[in-house]
Design a protein around this ligand. Structure first.
Ligand SMILES: Cc1ncc(COP(=O)(O)O)c(C=O)c1O
Length: 457
């Protein structure tokens, strides 16, 4: 679009925006099994919207300007620390997402490492293969080197591999609670033993599980300890905008004690303006999501989260039973609210396309032939899925039957000629290619294609 010469009527502009959404999935439809964490409560949506609007125009840039924001941030962090086994010494910050929380923890660990080992030492992070790419991205931004540790057959961090890779150069090791691809929680106790023994920072990525696993555990589910109750845990990331059911742009990073957080904070007083103090990566940001998060925690309370957790556990149990009957194989033994399935004799990505045709969103995980990661379908379970899980299983039965007979023809596909439309039309083939191509080739192809032809005005 060219910069519009003159403005238009409010109604017209809003109607246009509405029409842009015509081909989008509806995040409140309960038909999305990925990318959406919807509590399924209409009144909660209303509370979130009102709280967001109340604070939308206030900025978190300067903690001295709007005292309410500092109060809310400390309260939200306090609530998260309380849930995650923290004592009075635990501190933290509100961030705009899991990636930002992880990046800040890595920065804090990097600064500590540099203080102890000297500025020139290249800090390493030891990551299980199932750790979220946000760690890799953060390491790239922060000039840290990643050592990839193996995972076992059940997709949990292989402790021997972590132990072997951790050493004098390691600034941080990480575990997931749970990991995104399979919903499996790493052995945080085992990782803690390594961290304590070698005096290394241990970060627990509870972006996905921070606000689901504690409630599952209270309901009697098998959930191993993963939080500050474990001695060696230095920091935790936990996303309110996932199973905390807050709007997008809401996470916290927590530290066992204040001195660990110091390296996260950026202060700049050597310029002619006001002293800039940033506790997060972002500087100016709307306080809307912070206020909405505060509102969600207080609206739901422990009881509300437990009710939602019950619904998720029901949907999870039925999904696992139903998809096993259809012939899909559950991967690992997931404690989390996300699960993944594979099949040796099925065109999984075609299942995903057929389901999209029926208005369901099912996420394809291409895995990697070279790295030995299976092709799979991923499901992030929401409370509302309890209402639709039987219909979903029925539709999956038909999709799986159809997908047994149809395989995509990868041979005639010219990857150099793809554009946005052909990507959307050929997701099955593209996912097959991603599975079979070396990851470095996939990465460079994506970088080129996205830069040259997707993100263009
Ligand atoms: C386990 C885990 N860690 C980190 C992240 C990154 O979070 P965000 O997308 O909020 O930056 C995700 C996102 O799905 C995740 O599942």
């Amino acid at each position: 679009m060219k910069f519009p010469h003159s403005g238009r009527k409010a109604e017209e502009v809003l109607e246009d925006l509405d029409s842009y959404a015509r081909n989008d999935f509806d995040p409140h439809s309960k038909r999305m099994w990925g990318h959406v964490y919807y509590a399924g409560l209409k009144e909660l949506v209303e509370v979130v919207r009102r709280a967001y609007l109340m604070y939308m125009d206030k900025t978190m840039l300067d903690f001295t300007t709007f005292p309410s924001l500092l109060k809310m941030e400390n309260e939200v962090v306090g609530a998260a620390a309380n849930l995650l086994g923290g004592d009075d010494g635990v501190v933290g910050c509100f961030t705009y997402g899991g990636t930002e929380s992880i990046m800040l923890a890595l920065k804090a660990a990097r600064e500590k490492f540099r203080k102890e080992k000297g500025k020139d030492a290249v800090p390493e992070v030891v990551l299980p293969a199932t750790a979220h790419p946000a760690f890799w991205k953060s390491a790239e931004y922060l000039g840290m080197r990643v050592r990839r540790a193996a995972v076992d057959d059940g997709f949990r961090a292989d402790l021997d591999s972590v132990n072997e890779l951790a050493g004098r150069k390691t600034a941080l090791i990480a575990g997931s609670a749970p990991n995104y691809p399979f919903g499996v929680v790493d052995d945080i106790n085992g990782l803690s033993d390594i961290a304590v023994d070698r005096d290394i920072w241990l970060h627990v990525d509870a972006c996905l599980g921070g606000f689901s696993l504690p409630f599952f555990k209270k309901l009697g589910e098998r959930v191993p300890d993963f939080d500050f109750r474990i001695e060696g845990v230095s920091s935790i990331s936990a996303d309110f905008h996932k199973y905390g059911f807050a709007p997008r742009g809401s996470s916290v990073v927590l530290y066992r004690e204040a001195k660990l957080r110091e390296g996260q904070i950026f202060v700049m007083a050597s310029w002619p303006g006001y002293p800039l103090v940033n506790t997060a990566v972002l500087s100016t940001r709307s306080a809307g999501t912070l206020a909405a998060t505060w509102a969600v925690i207080n609206y739901l309370g422990m009881n509300g989260y437990l009710e939602l957790a019950k619904r998720m556990l029901y949907a999870k149990r039925r999904l696992i039973e139903g998809l096993a009957e259809v012939g899909l194989e559950l991967l690992g033994d997931p404690e989390g609210a996300v699960v993944a399935f594979t099949s040796p004799d099925l065109n999984l990505f075609h299942v995903s396309s057929i389901m999209a045709g029926k208005g369901w969103y099912v996420q394809s995980q291409p895995g990697s032939k070279q790295l030995g990661y299976p092709k799979s379908l991923h499901f992030s379970i929401n409370p509302g899925h309890a209402d639709v899980v039987e219909e979903f299983i029925e539709d999956m039965k038909h999709a799986v039957d159809a997908a047994r007979k149809e395989y995509p023809d990868v041979s005639n596909f010219d990857i150099s000629k793809i554009d946005y439309e052909s990507v959307l039309e050929n997701m099955e083939i593209i996912n097959e290619l991603i599975h079979s191509m070396p990851p470095e080739v996939v990465e460079s192809t994506f970088r080129y294609f996205i830069n040259e032809s997707i993100f263009r005005p």
